[in-house]
Design a protein around this ligand. Structure first.
Ligand SMILES: Nc1ncnc2c1ncn2[C@@H]1O[C@H](COP(=O)(O)OP(=O)(O)O)[C@@H](O)[C@H]1O
Ligand SMILES: [Mg+2]
Length: 246
């Protein structure tokens, strides 16, 4: 039997759903626009690097000019690496393939460097360089890592803290990724809900509550598993396990 309260709450849910859909749509639109901007940046950046390299090849360049042009060259090179990374990441090439876990971690940590620095968070990595490849699409793995790491940075706000990313190869031909933060941790109730779609403790506009739902779906789609341990005032640790690629 439907009561007026039920009618009211289902109305509220569909409004909330609509708000979320509109927000997701806006983010998708922003993503498309920034992919365009990034693409436009590549042409002038390659002109800058090749002009700088031409100057550096000249014999009679004063040492000071050589040093300044060298800086222009390396900064332009860094920017074009970054834009290439953004373009790869925003592509829709999200099925199939294998991933090098350590390389992907390096990419994501480079990507969030600025966010971490702004919050005074020290990021470190302890990577096992004997890891086998895993059978998951590289863009999916980037999204998984980015969701977990951005949550950790957001939880630490601007109070500083540490973020540690570790990899290891347990004996049963698997790959383990551990992401540990020294943030505020979660209560038991929050912890039991974090993988539910639309569960968020953030203000409207700051969180969609979809990050960890998407993360878990992506991990499990490729036969992996994800668990989380958290203690209030100590921090949070996500552990992900994947099988090595066949
Ligand atoms: N590292 C973390 N430390 C503390 N709380 C976390 C952490 N990661 C996730 N959470 C909690 O899980 C909730 C759900 O995360 P998520 O699904 O990514 O959605 P959103 O980030 O949009 O809120 C967050 O709102 C937060 O309460
Ligand atoms: Mg999130």
């Amino acid at each position: 039997m439907t009561t007026p309260a039920d009618t009211h709450s289902s109305g509220a849910i569909s409004n909330e759903l609509f708000r979320q859909m509109a927000y997701n749509e806006k983010m998708a639109e922003l993503g498309r626009i920034s992919a365009g901007v990034v693409h436009e940046l590549n042409a002038p950046l390659s002109v800058i690097t090749s002009a700088a390299q031409m100057i550096l090849r000249e014999d009679e360049v004063p040492e000071f000019v050589r040093e300044m042009v060298g800086r222009i060259n390396s900064e332009a090179h860094r920017l074009s690496q970054l834009t290439r990374g953004l373009l790869n990441f925003s592509s829709h090439d999200d099925i199939g393939g294998e991933s090098d876990v350590n390389l992907t971690i390096d990419f994501v940590l480079e990507f969030i460097k600025f966010e971490a620095a702004q919050r005074g968070v020290t990021v470190s990595r302890r990577l096992d360089h004997s890891l086998p490849m895993i059978g998951i699409n590289n863009n999916s793995l980037k999204q998984i890592l980015l969701n977990i790491i951005m949550n950790a940075l957001q939880a630490m706000e601007t109070d500083g803290g540490t973020l540690l990313v570790e990899t290891s190869a347990p004996p049963d031909n698997r790959v383990c990724i551990k992401i540990t933060d020294s943030g505020p941790g979660m209560t038991e109730t929050t912890l039991s809900k974090i993988f539910e779609p639309y569960f968020t403790t953030k203000k409207p506009g700051e969180g969609t509550g979809l990050g960890l739902f998407v993360t878990r779906t992506l991990v499990e789609q490729d036969g992996g598993s994800i668990v989380v341990a958290s203690r209030a005032d100590v921090g949070t640790c996500f552990t992900i396990l994947f099988d090595a690629a066949a």
